[in-house]
Structure formats: C-alpha cells, structure tokens
Design a protein around this ligand. Structure first.
Ligand code: G6P
Length: 369
C-alpha cells in the first residue's frame, strides 16, 4: 500500500498533489494554445446539437454537482445558453420538463452513481441529448451517453473527490470554449486568452502546492472549531460549497458553504469570535463586493481565513490567515482556488487522527439510491 501511495501517507494527499499532472493529462492532445484549437471529437461530431441547445441541464451528485455549478457560470457567460444544475436524485423523481433540443451534461467521476444513471435514463426517454463528462473509461454513464469527454484524471482512490473535480472543470471549460467559438459568442481575443489561461493552469497548481505547509499551519490552528462557514461569489461560490463539503467529509466538522452576499439572510447570525469564516476571494469581477463581505464578518469578530490572489495587498490587512493562489482569469480560477481548501480539510482530518481516505459512512461510488 505504501508503494501505491507513492511515498505519501494517504491517497488523498497523493491525489491532491497529482493535480498538476492530471490537469495536464486532461488538456494534453486537446488544447493547442498556439494553433488556437481544442480537439474533442465528442463535441466536434455533435456541434450542431450542442450549439443550438435551447437549454443545458447539468446532472450530477456530490463534488461532481459542484463542478456542474461552476460550469453553469462558465457556459452562460461564454455560450449564452441558459443552464440549470440539478441533483440527479431530485431530477429523477420529479416530472422534469425536457424539450426537444435540450442537452443534458451528466458529470460523474465513477460513472456508476445510481441516481445519476437513472436521471440519464429518464432524460433520454424524453428525447434529450446526453453528453457525459466521466472519469472511469467504459463505465455505465460513459456507455449510456450519446457523446462525451473523459476527464483522464486516472484512478481516484480517496473517497473525497479532489483531482477528478479539477479535471471536470478543465473538460467543461474546454467544451464551453469550443461551443462558444462555433456559436460566435466569444471574441477571438478572449478565446485565445482563455486557451492560454487553461494551458497555464498545471504550472500554477504546482506553484500553489508549494504553499502546503502554510495551509497545514492554518489547519492546526482551527482544527478544534465546531463549525466553519465558507463564502464565495460568482465562479468562487461553488468553490465555497466544495470547500465546505470537503471539510465535512474528511474532518467531520460541520461546515456550511454560502454565497457571500446571501450570508446576511441567515448565516451571519452564527458569526462570533470563535467562528472561522473561509472566504474564497481571488481577484475577479466580484472582488470589491467580497471585500465588503469580509469587513462585515470582521465587524462581528469572526476569524477570517481568505484564499486570495498572490499580489493582493488589501485582504491580508483584514484577515487572520491567508492562503495564496497565482493570478488567473476568473473563468479558470476555481481550478486553483479549490486546492488550498482540499489541503485544509486534509490537514485538519489528519490532525484529528481520522481516516481521511475512508471517512465513516461515505462510499467512493454510491451505486444504490
Ligand atoms: C460519492 C463520493 C463523492 C462523489 C459523489 C458523486 O458521494 O463520495 O466524492 O462526488 O459520490 O460521485 P460520481 O462518481 O458520480 O462523481
């Protein structure tokens, strides 16, 4: 087992550290930032269907559902197609409205999640086109889909998903860029810029992983907290949800993820001098807004832990603790900002002496409903 873990103590930390390679593998052979091309047969062969979609519905569970939420922001921005993101378990038992021309994007690491499989069957019966974003080659969801793109993240053993999530984001961003180019909803300059931004992600992940000791120290400081609040806006809102989910799964600490502006409608009542509040606050279009949200938490004496862009000089002056990520376009930033949160939950779980690779009550793949 020690050999399988490649010298790491756990699969989870091995898989977190693999992300420069897994994201690279996911982009490799597809993205050519010089030629300005994205090669994805599953998209190319079905481009009419995809670009003419009246609506896209993302269907997934767990961490994959969070990838769908990020993709909602990306697809709506780049492709100007309305997107809904559905929990597979809710979708399958409703009487969902599916119209001809609707595209379902089913997202799953294992390709075997029972709720997602049944939701796909149901959408298919009603005439939807199914595009699968799956990690396990030849899995049920890969076979059920009309077309798709693999995430190529390699086997993920740790129960809490890490490298599969960032690979899902990479694939979904490429799919969106390809559709946007075909539809003409993106300028050539912006398209080329984003190709380049994607291309640079693996190296930026490598850089930010060098900050792991800092994240570990922060984890040790807050490991005995009873609750955590995670806040983000825009592209980083789903990252806040994913950070909270990781902490719950691995450390058994109650954590809530929320849109930062929505906190005043509830979670702000929880804030006191003991509550750690993690802000995902990289430099993007929402930056000034989230700075005011941080001030609102400070005014109530909450402990502010912020994930920020390297060159940010403002947020450090109002935070208790800081985790850095390299500068990046907001469309690709979630692939960076989620990683310190994966590390934070890992180090807290380890410090608490928990079985981080196999948390209690959880399964890697939920093949029953
Ligand atoms: C389980 C796993 C999660 C995963 C979810 C969806 O709950 O513990 O890590 O995100 O299933 O799995 P899938 O394989 O469909 O992405």
């Amino acid at each position: 087992a020690a050999i399988e873990k490649g010298g790491y103590d756990h699969f989870m930390i091995k898989e977190i550290n693999e992300q420069p390679h897994t994201i690279y593998d996911c982009l490799r052979g597809r993205l050519d930032p010089v030629a300005g091309t994205i090669t994805m047969a599953g998209v190319q062969n079905n481009i009419e269907q995809l670009k003419n979609a009246q609506r896209i519905v993302m269907i997934a569970c767990g961490t994959s559902w969070h990838a769908g939420l990020v993709a909602e922001y990306v697809f709506e921005e780049l492709c100007r197609i309305p997107v809904e993101v559905e929990y597979a378990s809710e979708f399958r038992y409703r009487n969902p409205v599916i119209n001809k021309g609707d595209v379902i994007i089913a997202i799953s690491q294992s390709g075997e999640t029972a709720d997602t499989i049944v939701a796909i069957d149901k959408a298919k019966e009603q005439g939807a086109f199914i595009f699968g974003v799956v990690n396990v080659v030849g899995s049920s969801i890969a076979r059920l889909s009309h077309a798709g793109a693999y995430t190529h993240a390699g086997p993920e053993i740790g129960v809490a998903s890490t490298k599969a999530f960032t690979a899902q984001l990479a694939v979904l961003t490429m799919v969106a860029l390809k559709i946007a180019l075909e539809k003409g909803t993106i300028t050539h300059d912006r398209y080329m810029h984003l190709l380049n931004e994607l291309h640079e992600i693996p190296d930026k992940v490598k850089l930010l992983l060098e900050d792991a000791e800092n994240v570990k120290a922060i984890g040790l400081k807050y490991k005995d907290a009873g609750d955590f609040l995670y806040l983000g806006r825009g592209y980083n809102f789903p990252v806040a949800l994913e950070g909270a989910l990781k902490l719950k799964e691995i450390s058994y600490i109650h954590a809530e993820g929320y849109p930062a502006a929505e906190m005043k409608h509830g979670p702000i009542a929880l804030v006191d001098e003991k509550l750690p509040v993690v802000f995902v606050a990289t430099k993007d279009a929402y930056y000034d807004k989230i700075v005011s949200n941080i001030q609102e938490i400070k005014a109530r004496k909450g402990q502010v832990i912020a994930v920020i862009t390297e060159n940010d000089e403002t947020i450090p002056t109002m935070s208790n603790d800081i985790m850095f990520v390299p500068e990046a376009d907001e469309i690709v930033a979630p692939m960076l900002s989620v990683i310190p949160l994966q590390l934070l939950s890992y180090y807290i779980g380890v410090a608490k002496g928990l079985d981080v690779d196999k948390p209690r009550n959880l399964a890697k793949s939920v093949t029953v409903e």
